[in-house]
Design a protein. Structure first.
Length: 124
């Protein structure tokens, strides 16, 4: 199994009070591509999803993670947001629906149609 982590962080989200991050929300999505497509898909997600996150006001960081298992590579995006309104600015009113870009169909062999959101309890 191979493991690759591509990380991008914008702004500062580390709390001052014991690592607490009041109101911070993590948004997590997953999908999979053929192993041979993984490097190209990683570059594509960086140009579309990650840069889209980062250019949205209220985004406090975005990470792209992937690992290979045999003939498939699993991708996970993790983004941090200061509020639900900030997520809506990126994803639309139904923040549980995943956002896809035009060439995703070219790569994805498996995808979550929804995303999960979590309150960030601590950064430590």
């Amino acid at each position: 199994m191979g493991l690759t982590v591509l990380a991008q962080r914008t702004g500062s989200f580390w709390g001052d009070a014991g690592g607490q991050v009041p109101g911070m929300i993590a948004r997590i999505w997953r999908g999979a591509v053929r192993t041979q497509d993984a490097p190209a898909y990683a570059a594509y997600v960086q140009r579309t999803g990650i840069e889209g996150y980062q250019s949205t006001p209220g985004n406090r960081g975005a990470w792209l993670l992937w690992r290979t298992e045999g003939d498939r590579a699993e991708f996970i995006t993790v983004s941090l947001w200061e509020s639900r309104a900030a997520i809506e600015a990126f994803a639309g009113q139904d923040i549980s629906t995943a956002v896809y870009f035009p060439d995703d169909d070219q790569f994805l062999i498996e995808r979550d149609l929804t995303v999960n959101h979590y309150e960030v309890a601590s950064t430590e």
